[in-house]
Design a protein around this ligand. Structure first.
Ligand SMILES: [Zn+2]
Length: 261
Protein backbone atom coordinates (compact mmCIF):
# COMPACT_ATOMS: atom_id res chain seq x y z
CA UNK A 1 0.00 0.00 0.00
CA UNK A 2 1.16 3.53 -0.79
CA UNK A 3 -0.19 6.66 0.84
CA UNK A 4 -0.02 10.31 -0.25
CA UNK A 5 -0.41 12.80 2.62
CA UNK A 6 -1.85 15.89 0.93
CA UNK A 7 -1.41 18.23 3.91
CA UNK A 8 1.49 17.86 6.30
CA UNK A 9 3.50 20.67 7.91
CA UNK A 10 6.88 18.94 7.71
CA UNK A 11 8.73 22.21 8.37
CA UNK A 12 6.88 22.92 11.61
CA UNK A 13 8.94 23.14 14.83
CA UNK A 14 5.91 21.73 16.70
CA UNK A 15 6.35 18.27 15.10
CA UNK A 16 6.84 15.75 17.91
CA UNK A 17 10.22 14.36 16.74
CA UNK A 18 13.05 15.01 14.30
CA UNK A 19 11.92 15.02 10.67
CA UNK A 20 14.12 12.12 9.42
CA UNK A 21 12.72 9.93 12.21
CA UNK A 22 9.09 10.91 11.44
CA UNK A 23 9.53 10.36 7.71
CA UNK A 24 11.21 6.97 8.24
CA UNK A 25 8.37 5.90 10.54
CA UNK A 26 5.79 6.97 7.94
CA UNK A 27 7.70 5.36 5.06
CA UNK A 28 7.75 2.13 7.06
CA UNK A 29 3.93 2.12 6.78
CA UNK A 30 3.87 2.91 3.04
CA UNK A 31 3.62 6.70 3.08
CA UNK A 32 5.64 7.78 0.05
CA UNK A 33 4.54 11.33 -0.80
CA UNK A 34 3.68 14.52 1.05
CA UNK A 35 2.36 17.94 0.13
CA UNK A 36 3.89 20.47 2.49
CA UNK A 37 1.84 23.69 2.54
CA UNK A 38 3.50 26.93 3.61
CA UNK A 39 1.60 29.21 5.96
CA UNK A 40 3.84 32.27 6.24
CA UNK A 41 5.88 33.93 3.47
CA UNK A 42 8.72 34.18 6.01
CA UNK A 43 8.87 30.35 5.87
CA UNK A 44 8.71 29.83 2.09
CA UNK A 45 12.47 29.28 1.88
CA UNK A 46 12.38 26.80 4.79
CA UNK A 47 9.55 24.86 3.12
CA UNK A 48 11.49 24.66 -0.17
CA UNK A 49 14.58 23.43 1.72
CA UNK A 50 12.57 20.55 3.24
CA UNK A 51 11.32 19.51 -0.20
CA UNK A 52 14.83 19.61 -1.61
CA UNK A 53 16.27 17.56 1.25
CA UNK A 54 13.64 14.79 1.39
CA UNK A 55 12.44 12.39 -1.27
CA UNK A 56 8.73 12.52 -2.07
CA UNK A 57 8.01 16.01 -0.70
CA UNK A 58 6.36 18.70 -2.85
CA UNK A 59 5.16 22.07 -1.62
CA UNK A 60 2.42 24.66 -1.84
CA UNK A 61 3.28 28.33 -1.30
CA UNK A 62 0.83 30.87 0.04
CA UNK A 63 -0.32 32.89 3.04
CA UNK A 64 -2.58 31.21 5.60
CA UNK A 65 -5.57 33.24 6.90
CA UNK A 66 -4.18 33.23 10.47
CA UNK A 67 -0.99 34.79 9.12
CA UNK A 68 -2.95 37.25 6.96
CA UNK A 69 -4.57 38.45 10.20
CA UNK A 70 -1.22 39.43 11.73
CA UNK A 71 0.86 40.64 8.75
CA UNK A 72 1.03 44.25 7.65
CA UNK A 73 -0.39 45.20 4.25
CA UNK A 74 3.04 46.01 2.83
CA UNK A 75 4.41 42.56 3.78
CA UNK A 76 1.37 40.86 2.26
CA UNK A 77 1.67 42.87 -0.94
CA UNK A 78 5.32 41.92 -1.36
CA UNK A 79 4.52 38.23 -0.78
CA UNK A 80 1.66 38.21 -3.28
CA UNK A 81 3.84 40.00 -5.84
CA UNK A 82 6.48 37.25 -5.44
CA UNK A 83 4.05 34.33 -5.48
CA UNK A 84 3.47 33.95 -9.27
CA UNK A 85 7.14 33.53 -10.12
CA UNK A 86 7.76 31.08 -7.26
CA UNK A 87 5.16 28.75 -8.80
CA UNK A 88 7.61 27.80 -11.53
CA UNK A 89 10.10 26.30 -9.05
CA UNK A 90 10.30 22.53 -9.55
CA UNK A 91 9.21 21.60 -6.00
CA UNK A 92 6.14 23.85 -6.06
CA UNK A 93 2.91 22.19 -7.22
CA UNK A 94 0.19 24.37 -5.68
CA UNK A 95 -0.86 27.66 -4.08
CA UNK A 96 -1.55 27.25 -0.35
CA UNK A 97 -2.35 27.23 2.37
CA UNK A 98 -4.94 29.93 1.75
CA UNK A 99 -8.53 30.53 2.78
CA UNK A 100 -10.94 31.81 5.39
CA UNK A 101 -11.06 31.27 9.15
CA UNK A 102 -14.07 32.76 10.90
CA UNK A 103 -13.39 30.89 14.13
CA UNK A 104 -10.30 32.95 14.88
CA UNK A 105 -11.31 36.13 13.04
CA UNK A 106 -14.60 37.57 14.37
CA UNK A 107 -14.18 41.16 13.21
CA UNK A 108 -16.07 41.98 9.96
CA UNK A 109 -13.20 44.14 8.67
CA UNK A 110 -10.68 41.43 9.48
CA UNK A 111 -12.86 38.88 7.68
CA UNK A 112 -13.13 41.16 4.64
CA UNK A 113 -9.34 41.50 4.60
CA UNK A 114 -8.88 37.71 4.82
CA UNK A 115 -11.30 37.38 1.93
CA UNK A 116 -9.47 39.90 -0.26
CA UNK A 117 -6.13 38.18 0.26
CA UNK A 118 -7.71 34.78 -0.36
CA UNK A 119 -9.31 36.03 -3.60
CA UNK A 120 -5.98 37.39 -4.81
CA UNK A 121 -4.24 34.09 -4.15
CA UNK A 122 -7.08 32.16 -5.77
CA UNK A 123 -6.70 34.29 -8.89
CA UNK A 124 -2.94 33.65 -8.96
CA UNK A 125 -3.65 29.89 -8.85
CA UNK A 126 -6.25 30.16 -11.64
CA UNK A 127 -3.93 32.26 -13.82
CA UNK A 128 -1.07 29.78 -13.34
CA UNK A 129 -3.43 26.80 -13.73
CA UNK A 130 -2.15 25.18 -10.53
CA UNK A 131 -4.21 23.63 -7.71
CA UNK A 132 -5.04 25.59 -4.60
CA UNK A 133 -4.91 24.22 -1.06
CA UNK A 134 -7.82 25.72 0.89
CA UNK A 135 -8.28 26.17 4.65
CA UNK A 136 -11.90 26.86 5.62
CA UNK A 137 -13.04 26.96 9.25
CA UNK A 138 -16.59 28.05 10.17
CA UNK A 139 -16.78 29.93 6.87
CA UNK A 140 -18.49 27.52 4.44
CA UNK A 141 -21.08 30.11 3.37
CA UNK A 142 -18.48 32.81 2.71
CA UNK A 143 -16.31 30.25 0.89
CA UNK A 144 -19.18 29.41 -1.47
CA UNK A 145 -19.71 33.13 -2.14
CA UNK A 146 -16.03 33.58 -3.02
CA UNK A 147 -15.96 30.54 -5.30
CA UNK A 148 -19.13 31.65 -7.10
CA UNK A 149 -18.19 35.33 -7.38
CA UNK A 150 -14.69 35.03 -8.77
CA UNK A 151 -15.00 33.05 -11.96
CA UNK A 152 -13.41 30.30 -9.91
CA UNK A 153 -16.47 28.09 -10.28
CA UNK A 154 -15.57 25.20 -12.55
CA UNK A 155 -12.18 26.77 -13.31
CA UNK A 156 -10.28 25.98 -10.17
CA UNK A 157 -8.68 22.77 -9.09
CA UNK A 158 -7.41 21.99 -5.66
CA UNK A 159 -8.27 20.75 -2.21
CA UNK A 160 -10.66 21.62 0.57
CA UNK A 161 -8.21 20.62 3.29
CA UNK A 162 -9.57 18.90 6.43
CA UNK A 163 -13.06 19.17 4.99
CA UNK A 164 -15.40 20.23 7.78
CA UNK A 165 -18.54 21.10 5.81
CA UNK A 166 -21.72 19.07 5.57
CA UNK A 167 -22.41 16.12 3.28
CA UNK A 168 -24.98 18.34 1.51
CA UNK A 169 -22.26 20.81 0.48
CA UNK A 170 -19.95 18.15 -0.96
CA UNK A 171 -21.55 18.22 -4.46
CA UNK A 172 -21.13 22.02 -4.57
CA UNK A 173 -17.39 21.86 -3.90
CA UNK A 174 -17.12 19.06 -6.45
CA UNK A 175 -18.95 21.20 -9.04
CA UNK A 176 -16.63 24.09 -8.27
CA UNK A 177 -13.76 21.81 -9.26
CA UNK A 178 -12.30 20.85 -5.90
CA UNK A 179 -11.16 17.67 -4.19
CA UNK A 180 -12.00 17.02 -0.53
CA UNK A 181 -9.36 15.84 1.92
CA UNK A 182 -10.04 14.09 5.23
CA UNK A 183 -7.70 13.96 8.20
CA UNK A 184 -7.50 12.99 11.86
CA UNK A 185 -10.92 14.33 12.82
CA UNK A 186 -12.66 11.78 10.60
CA UNK A 187 -10.95 9.01 12.59
CA UNK A 188 -12.34 10.14 15.95
CA UNK A 189 -14.97 7.84 17.51
CA UNK A 190 -17.92 10.25 17.21
CA UNK A 191 -17.13 11.76 13.83
CA UNK A 192 -20.60 11.15 12.39
CA UNK A 193 -20.79 14.39 10.41
CA UNK A 194 -17.35 13.84 8.93
CA UNK A 195 -18.19 10.19 8.18
CA UNK A 196 -21.30 11.28 6.25
CA UNK A 197 -19.32 13.90 4.29
CA UNK A 198 -16.59 11.39 3.55
CA UNK A 199 -19.11 8.87 2.21
CA UNK A 200 -20.61 11.56 -0.07
CA UNK A 201 -17.40 12.36 -1.98
CA UNK A 202 -17.13 10.93 -5.54
CA UNK A 203 -14.21 8.45 -5.71
CA UNK A 204 -12.20 10.67 -8.06
CA UNK A 205 -12.24 13.62 -5.63
CA UNK A 206 -11.22 11.91 -2.39
CA UNK A 207 -7.89 12.63 -0.65
CA UNK A 208 -6.17 11.87 2.68
CA UNK A 209 -4.11 14.11 4.96
CA UNK A 210 -2.71 14.32 8.48
CA UNK A 211 -2.27 18.10 8.90
CA UNK A 212 0.55 17.02 11.24
CA UNK A 213 1.33 18.27 13.82
CA UNK A 214 -2.11 19.89 14.19
CA UNK A 215 -4.79 17.22 13.97
CA UNK A 216 -4.37 14.47 16.56
CA UNK A 217 -6.80 11.60 16.17
CA UNK A 218 -7.38 11.42 19.90
CA UNK A 219 -8.59 14.75 21.21
CA UNK A 220 -5.86 16.31 23.36
CA UNK A 221 -3.31 13.68 22.33
CA UNK A 222 -0.64 16.26 21.50
CA UNK A 223 1.04 16.68 18.15
CA UNK A 224 0.01 14.37 15.32
CA UNK A 225 2.57 12.51 13.20
CA UNK A 226 2.87 11.77 9.48
CA UNK A 227 2.36 8.05 10.21
CA UNK A 228 -1.19 8.84 11.44
CA UNK A 229 -2.30 8.78 7.79
CA UNK A 230 -2.71 5.01 8.14
CA UNK A 231 -5.41 5.41 10.82
CA UNK A 232 -7.06 8.13 8.74
CA UNK A 233 -7.16 5.76 5.75
CA UNK A 234 -8.65 3.01 7.92
CA UNK A 235 -11.40 5.37 9.11
CA UNK A 236 -12.15 6.58 5.58
CA UNK A 237 -12.33 2.95 4.44
CA UNK A 238 -14.88 2.25 7.21
CA UNK A 239 -16.96 5.33 6.33
CA UNK A 240 -17.09 4.25 2.67
CA UNK A 241 -17.38 0.50 3.34
CA UNK A 242 -14.40 -0.41 1.16
CA UNK A 243 -10.96 -1.86 1.92
CA UNK A 244 -8.07 0.27 3.15
CA UNK A 245 -6.06 -1.01 0.17
CA UNK A 246 -8.67 0.47 -2.14
CA UNK A 247 -8.60 3.81 -0.30
CA UNK A 248 -4.78 3.94 -0.44
CA UNK A 249 -4.68 3.23 -4.18
CA UNK A 250 -7.55 5.60 -5.01
CA UNK A 251 -6.37 8.59 -2.97
CA UNK A 252 -2.73 8.25 -4.02
CA UNK A 253 -3.74 8.15 -7.68
CA UNK A 254 -6.05 11.14 -7.19
CA UNK A 255 -3.33 13.22 -5.54
CA UNK A 256 -0.70 12.34 -8.17
CA UNK A 257 -3.11 13.27 -10.96
CA UNK A 258 -4.08 16.55 -9.25
CA UNK A 259 -0.45 17.64 -8.78
CA UNK A 260 0.75 16.27 -12.11
CA UNK A 261 3.20 13.80 -10.48
ZN1 LIG B 1 -2.45 23.33 7.50
Amino acid sequence: MEFFDTHCHLDDPALPAALPELLAQARGQGVCRWLLPAVDPAHWARVLDVAQAHEGVVVALGVHPHVVDRLEDSVLERALARLPQTLSLPQVVAVGEVGLDHLRQKDPQGRARQRRVFEQQLQIAIDADVPVCVHCVRAQGAMMEVLKANAAWGHIKGIMHAYGGSAQMVPLYVQAGLHLAFGGLTARPNARRSAASCAAVPPGRLLLETDAPYMPIEHGAGASRPVDIVQVAQAVARHRAVSVQEIAALTTANACALFGL
